[in-house]
Design a protein around this ligand. Structure first.
Ligand code: NOJ
Length: 889
């Protein structure tokens, strides 16, 4: 008997045995999560819950739920169903399949439906701006948006990015990011996302989605799920670096950690109306994320009631039928395991699979309806949307429409300037995301009248080859305005700290010199001796695994500063008793020795701020902006304090990345292990001071939780098609673009049409996978985001925040809850607000505490429940400054 891996190979693989090997480690047929004692708790009163361990498997969950148009999606579904009802089999397939890498203008492009005047859909990176084009803006990274703790900033940035994508003819922006969440501080792509805290990430993720989609552009909220490190994400990338692995690394985690940590922000994203979710490169419990029926069918489309579509990460699809039955709706960029292979797991092979009944017609209809529902959900219009006016593969004006194969010479770039007035927003978010960590005796703000201001560090200056000279920003030359990988975009300009501070000082009548070569430590020391104030800029960079920078394969190798900065800082601080340190980093760096250094009078974390970098930091240094940001992660004293690390060397042929720490990452780990950090999560100073008083807790009158119960209708189908293969071959006289993915068959013989020599061998599909009858809805489900009763407000917590200083400022009061269970974190963030308060004035901080906020996940019940424990509530200015306390009673 063949298992699903074989089925996928038999029916759909186009490249023979090389592709077949890719299925050998997929664990879709494994037993349910094994029960085990939670690692680390064995000596406590042991609790048996699902565990995280090597070779863990993921339970099968079929059939793939069909979209119902629930929640706000009713009208989008109505339009999508009407549209899809008109389509032929091939036209539906065209919506699901990318046309191939570099074969059209966008990083991902679907097929088109010329008969209805429906042009291809353009899918384009990135989470910081429109990638691979010109006259676009580069926005502050997600990690900076997290540091603002300001919902409005997340929404406004999202809307501005959406407008820019819209202006370029993009249908779907590939972002925002909630995976990686930030399990390990070295994680290469943490900066694309927000924070290792799931609540902060969930809020900013949801606001970003709403903002982008308000501009009429779909989002692809990514990467789902467990994509917490770059190492071993793909076999091909690994080979480049000399690692031999058999399959993508597997993130192994338990059910409770899944729900209470990693899935949490995705629930917020789905509730906010995310139109698509991108499945990730890694495996989850030894089943590929893009063909894992448990995470796609059950968690995402079942429990979270996701109404949009699932798109693969690029070359993240590993099979056809297996992935489709497990919940994948669209494959990108369309090619099978190898870019420009000319083969696809979808395309013509999907047509074959529907004709031979392996993929039920209702499943293809559901894929097409979900995709078109996303399109209509953001109010795109099939006929009036603008053209795609750029090419990802060249910024020349003329070039090839089908770039990779050199066909279709045309005017390919219109160089449309889409930046609008976004520069001021970028500058403002850059400043409002800068965290003031140390400020001895009010060193800051400076007034510009310092007699000689000296600026130091490679990170203060330009990349002398130009801000875009390294492909996808894959180098660390000059100031770090953006990190590397597909999450980048081309700078329209990059204002360096050197330029902006010089302009400020000169305008105020001061003298200014800078020394920007970290190797020239003696030169720096000599300048520092003469300076009245020294400002040192240092950085630490990271990115995506396909680029190596300075020996870092995406993930950072350590938590230290780059480019000889540490020796250079010692030289400067050793010679100037008023040294200010600014760090541009993609996550935590070790700062303990600078916190303790008597000559370092101020420290600021400025993150990855985008094109206005220099102006943003000058605004903070000179007091135009009073800092109000808070750390979105913990800065520990030592790397080992985090308790988790990247798996840098394969521990098995299929690397096993065991999330043994469970929910205890970042501050949850520091609290659990009683580690004192240098700067805690949520910490940040201001040029003024705040007092906290008058905690009030109001219990709301809400009915008891009711687990969802009910059934879906049977799977609907839209339109008919002929089952005669002769009706699905290429139209006569059709001129094909080489390597392009088409939905038509090469032959009326399905064996030949599939190009698979094994076609027709007996196989099996998972039990229930083709069943289109009414299905039960999970107890925790029932609406986008999960059971609506989870969002009932149970308590309102209020406190008074007073500005006790002499200047206006912004404060972020934070609400933490201790759920009180023996295996719960000491406390968890559950609410925050960025408040602007005038001197000697007070404002009320108010948080609605929902049922979800105090619930725990029951692996036995497969539902949320409120444990019978005392729930403490804290309001404070950081995760360790809990100034007010009460009990939720
Ligand atoms: C791979 C990356 O993981 C993903 O984030 C990106 O959107 C695609 N490539 C397309 O560039």
């Amino acid at each position: 008997m063949l298992d699903m891996h074989s089925i996928a190979t038999v029916l759909l693989a186009c490249a023979g045995s090389a592709l077949a090997q890719n299925f050998s480690n997929d664990g879709n047929y494994g037993a349910p999560f094994p029960n085990t004692v939670y690692p680390g708790f064995a000596s406590d009163n042991p609790v048996v819950i699902a565990g995280s361990k090597t070779n863990q498997t993921s339970p099968p969950q079929y059939p793939s739920p069909w979209g119902a148009g629930s929640g706000d999606w009713a009208s989008a579904y109505q339009k999508a169903r009407a549209f899809v009802s008109q389509l032929t089999l091939e036209e539906k397939v065209n919506l699901t399949t990318g046309t191939g890498w570099e074969l059209d203008r966008c990083v991902g492009q679907t097929g088109s439906i010329p008969r209805l005047g429906f042009r291809a859909m353009c899918l384009q990176d990135s989470p910081v701006g429109v990638r691979d084009t010109d006259f676009n803006s580069v926005f502050p990274a997600g990690i900076n948006v997290a540091a603002t703790f300001d919902r409005g900033a997340a929404y406004a940035r999202g809307q501005a990015m959406g407008e820019e994508h819209h202006g370029k003819g993009v249908d779907m922006q590939l972002g925002p990011v909630a995976g990686p969440l930030g399990r390990t501080p070295e994680g290469g792509r943490n900066w694309e996302g927000f924070s290792p805290d799931p609540i902060l990430t969930g809020v900013q993720f949801a606001e970003s989605i709403k903002g982008i989609q308000s501009a009429g552009v779909m989002t692809s909220a990514k990467h789902y799920i467990g994509y917490e490190q770059e190492h071993f994400r793909l076999v091909s990338d690994s080979e480049t670096y000399g690692f031999t692995i058999a399959e993508s690394g597997s993130a192994n985690f338990d059910d409770e950690t899944m729900h209470e940590l990693y899935l949490w922000p995705f629930a917020d994203g789905v509730r906010a109306g995310a139109t698509s979710i991108m499945c990730s490169y890694n495996q989850v419990n030894n089943s590929q994320s893009c063909q894992n029926s448990y995470v796609l069918n059950h968690l995402l489309k079942g429990e979270l009631g996701f109404q949009g579509f699932v798109v693969s990460d690029w070359i993240g699809t590993h099979s056809g039928v297996a992935s489709i039955l497990a919940g994948l709706d669209m494959t990108m960029p369309g090619d099978s395991a190898v870019y420009d292979s000319g083969d696809s797991y979808f395309g013509a092979n999907l047509t074959v699979a529907v004709l031979n009944g392996t993929v039920p017609a209702w499943r293809l209809d559901d894929m097409a309806v979900r995709i078109m529902a996303g399109f209509y959900f953001v109010e795109r219009n099939t006929t009036t949307r603008g053209p795609i006016n750029f090419s990802s593969w060249t910024t020349d004006t003329y070039g090839y429409e089908h770039y990779y194969v050199g066909e279709g010479w045309t005017e390919i770039n219109s160089h449309v300037d889409v930046r609008g007035e976004h520069a001021s927003l970028i500058r403002s978010i850059g400043a409002r995301s800068t965290v003031l960590l140390k400020n001895v005796n009010n060193t800051l703000p400076l007034n510009g009248k310092e007699k000689l201001t000296a600026v130091f560090g490679n990170d203060a200056g330009p990349n002398i080859d130009g801000p875009n000279s390294c492909s996808d920003r894959g180098c660390d030359n000059g100031t770090l305005g953006m990190a590397w990988g597909s999450g980048s975009a081309n700078f329209p300009y990059l204002v360096t700290p050197d330029t902006a501070i010089q302009n400020t000082v000169v305008a105020a009548g001061g003298a200014y010199e800078s020394s920007l070569d970290n190797i020239a430590v003696d030169t720096m020391a000599a300048l520092a001796r003469r300076a009245n104030v020294s400002i040192f800029f240092a950085n630490a960079d990271s990115g995506e695994w396909y680029i190596e920078v300075d020996g870092n394969l995406g993930d950072r190798n350590n938590l230290t500063l780059w480019q000889n900065a540490e020796a250079a800082i010692d030289a400067v601080a050793g010679n100037c008793s008023n040294t200010i340190l600014v760090v541009h980093t993609t996550g935590p760096v070790l700062l303990e020795k600078y916190e303790n250094h008597p000559n370092i009078t101020a420290i600021l974390w400025a993150g990855v701020p985008g094109q206005e970098s220099g102006n943003s930091i000058a605004d903070v240094l000179y007091g135009n902006v009073n800092p109000g940001a808070k750390l979105p992660f913990t800065i520990g004293k030592d790397r080992s304090d985090y308790g988790v690390d990247i798996l840098y060397t394969p521990n098995a042929a299929v690397p096993q990345i065991n999330f043994e720490e469970g929910v205890f990452i970042d501050y949850r780990a520091f609290d659990r292990h009683n580690e004192t950090p240098t700067y805690e999560f949520g910490f940040g100073l201001s040029y003024t001071t705040f007092a906290y008083s008058d905690l009030h807790i109001t219990k709301m009158n809400v009915s008891d939780y009711v687990p969802f119960s009910g059934y879906t209708p049977a799977a609907p189908t839209y339109g008919n098609f002929s089952t005669n293969p002769a009706d699905h071959v290429f139209p006569s006289n059709f001129s094909r673009v080489p390597l392009y993915q088409y939905p038509w068959l090469n032959s009326t013989n399905l064996t030949l049409a599939s190009k698979d020599p094994h076609y027709g061998l007996p196989g099996s599909v998972p039990a229930g996978a083709q069943d289109g009858s009414a299905q039960p809805i999970p107890k925790a489900g029932g609406a986008p985001g999960g059971n609506p009763m989870l969002y009932d407000v149970l308590y309102r917590v209020e406190a008074t925040i007073t500005n006790t200083g002499s200047v206006a400022g912004e404060e972020v009061p934070q609400l933490y809850i201790s759920r009180g269970g023996p295996y719960d974190p000491v406390k968890e963030l559950r609410g925050f607000e960025r408040l602007s308060i005038a001197p000697n004035s007070s404002t009320t901080f108010s948080v609605d505490v929902t049922r979800r906020d105090i619930s725990s996940w029951s692996t036995g019940e497969q539902d949320w429940y409120v444990r019978n424990t005392t729930k403490k509530v804290y309001v404070g200015s950081s995760s360790r400054s809990l100034l007010l306390q009460g009990v939720l009673a």
